[in-house]
Design a protein around this ligand. Structure first.
Ligand SMILES: C[S@@+](CC[C@H](N)C(=O)[O-])C[C@H]1O[C@@H](n2cnc3c(N)ncnc32)[C@H](O)[C@@H]1O
Length: 287
């Protein structure tokens, strides 16, 4: 490691943000890569960590496909609600704001304290449109802050909920639905097979953090709180058509190949987009 790098202090679940960061850096360095995230390359170069242990692991490009899908859903939300609020939950060192900013969105990057301390080394708050909050997604303090920003809201929760216990996930859906009617929530949902076999996962097995929540049928979440509706879902093999249509032929081929690496023993985890109480459920019309 060079003299200019520094070693971050991260808790077990916080450390997992380095996996997805590295995935974006690897894809960026490859001229046929799935995405372009030069900031990820710079952050990897600045952090003293054994990233090489992730080299060649097939789940890295898969994580990038997930990220592109969330970008796609956030862009679609902003096309309808250009002055709405996006909360990036478990933001890690994600650069979604840089990829989708429309010049009007209000944005919160939320993560646990160690992750936000690291994030502050690389990202600036840009009042009044962009801020960082150090809190658990299970705290209500950040919800109070988000509620003070213009609605509707988009909760982008990528690679976070599988680390929580199911009762906490249930509470979160109910609370967000109650407090933020008319909003959307995107999350990935691990299969029970994935969680049962996580010890055989190519990178999760290298981490101390463990998956907990699993669900084989995302529509079951609809029964957790009145007004929760599964609006869209896909797997890495069935990405949204409009997203794939924007890929170059080389990127399309790379995406197809990456999706094929999901081990059968894990099943197909879903990427799910939920509507939290639409107008038909009595939500106020979005401002
Ligand atoms: C696998 S990383 C994903 C990071 C980022 N979403 C990405 O895709 O690059 C998981 C992230 O979730 C965060 N996280 C885990 N549990 C959390 C919680 N209870 N509240 C907020 N963030 C949490 C971790 O600190 C970490 O940044």
């Amino acid at each position: 490691m060079g003299d200019t790098t520094f070693r971050p202090t991260l808790g077990a679940v916080e450390e997992t943000l380095l996996i997805t960061l590295y995935g974006r850096a690897v894809e960026t360095r490859d001229q046929n890569g799935l995405l372009d995230d030069p900031a990820a390359v710079a952050m990897v170069e600045a952090i003293d960590y054994d990233f090489a242990k992730f080299d060649g692991k097939p789940s890295l490009p898969r994580a990038c496909l997930r990220t592109l899908t969330f970008d796609h859903w956030v862009r679609a939300f902003l096309a309808e609600h250009p002055a709405g609020t996006v909360v990036e939950v478990g933001a890690g060192l994600n650069t979604r704001f840089e990829r989708v900013d429309n010049g009007r969105v209000r944005w919160i990057d939320l993560d646990l304290p160690g992750a936000i301390a690291l994030r502050r080394r690389f990202f600036r708050e840009d009042e009044p449109r962009r801020e960082m909050l150090a809190a658990s997604v299970l705290d209500t303090s950040w919800m109070d802050r988000a509620a003070g920003l213009p609605g509707p809201w988009f909760f982008s929760i990528e690679a976070v909920l599988p680390y929580l216990a199911e009762d906490r996930v249930r509470w979160l859906f109910a609370e967000l639905t109650r407090r933020f009617p008319g909003s959307r929530l995107a999350t990935d949902i691990a299969t029970t097979a994935m969680v049962a076999n996580q010890g055989k996962h190519d990178v999760v097995s290298m981490m101390a953090a463990r998956f907990d929540w699993a669900c084989d049928e995302p529509r079951d979440v609809e029964s957790w709180a009145p007004g929760v509706r599964l609006a869209e879902e896909c797997t890495l093999a069935t990405l949204p058509e409009e997203l794939v249509a924007g890929f170059s032929p080389a990127r399309r081929e790379r995406a197809r190949t990456a999706a094929e690496t999901v081990p059968e023993k894990f099943g197909s985890s879903r990427l799910s987009l939920f509507q939290l109480r639409g107008p038909e459920d009595g939500a106020a019309a979005p401002r």
